[in-house]
Ligand binder design. Structure first.
Ligand code: AMP
Length: 221
């Protein structure tokens, strides 16, 4: 199964991706996580990425497509969950071309929705484990011990782009550049685009997405 997970920042893509990866036996590729690892490595590419990320802007398409094409080539063993990529129509076209060339097309697109006020609250309160990436929230889902990941004992931190001004900018970027990608997929007759209300309890959202994806691939067989 090959799926693209979409939605505005803070709609719950990271939380859902962890659940879906386990339930559906797919490899999770998050462009944001890949870029953050690159930054942490201190490479020249990482420094370049940081400029865009900390301003809430998109990294240029050419860089994104190169990095993600390599990650997909190295990890696609039949199951793929793309999270945060593609984020522009140009990236979607490049992804299509790559998947068509390897005869491994997408099965569908899952879009998680949430309104802006909820998103801003979620993101500014969001904390993540710097080691395993597990997502927490200062009020709704804090780690058992302050600053320490329940899962791996790693340090729980706030991402440098999870502040309110950057979140507002990331939302504007999403509406301007990423929403058209959803329309791009909707126009394709061979593509199933499914929407999920991300304001519900994360377990309920996960169940909904998992059962929809399972029936989607079952009906395609
Ligand atoms: P995320 O963790 O998905 O919210 O991504 C964090 C930041 O990484 C974004 O605000 C962008 O600056 C950058 N980024 C991640 N994925 C992409 C992409 N597909 N295209 C352009 N920039 C991206």
């Amino acid at each position: 199964m090959r799926i693209v997970l979409m939605g505005p920042p803070g709609a719950g893509k990271g939380t859902q991706a962890a659940r879906l990866t386990e339930a559906l036996n797919v490899t999770h590729l998050s462009s944001g996580d890949i870029f953050r690892a690159e930054r942490a490595s201190g490479s020249e590419l990482g420094d370049e990425l940081a400029k865009y990320m900390d301003a809430g802007e998109l990294v240029p398409d050419e860089t994104v497509v190169n990095v993600m094409a390599k990650a997909i080539r190295e990890s696609d063993d039949g199951g793929l969950l793309l999270d945060g990529f593609p984020r522009t129509v140009h990236q979607a076209e490049a992804l299509d071309a790559q998947l068509a060339a390897s005869d491994t097309p997408l099965d569908g697109v899952a879009v998680i929705t949430a309104d802006d006020d909820l998103i801003v609250d979620r993101i500014t309160g969001r904390r993540v484990c710097s080691q395993c990436g597990r997502v927490y929230h200062v009020r709704n889902m804090p780690p058992k011990k302050d600053g320490v990941c329940d899962e791996c004992g790693g340090e729980v931190i706030q991402r440098s782009d999870d502040t309110e001004p950057v979140v507002r900018e990331r939302l504007a970027t999403y509406y301007r550049q990423t929403e058209p990608v959803i329309d791009y997929y909707r126009r394709r007759e061979d593509m199933q685009v499914m929407e999920f209300d991300g304001t519900r309890d994360p377990d309920v959202v996960a169940e909904d997405i998992i059962s929809s994806l399972r029936s989607l691939t079952a009906s395609g067989e």
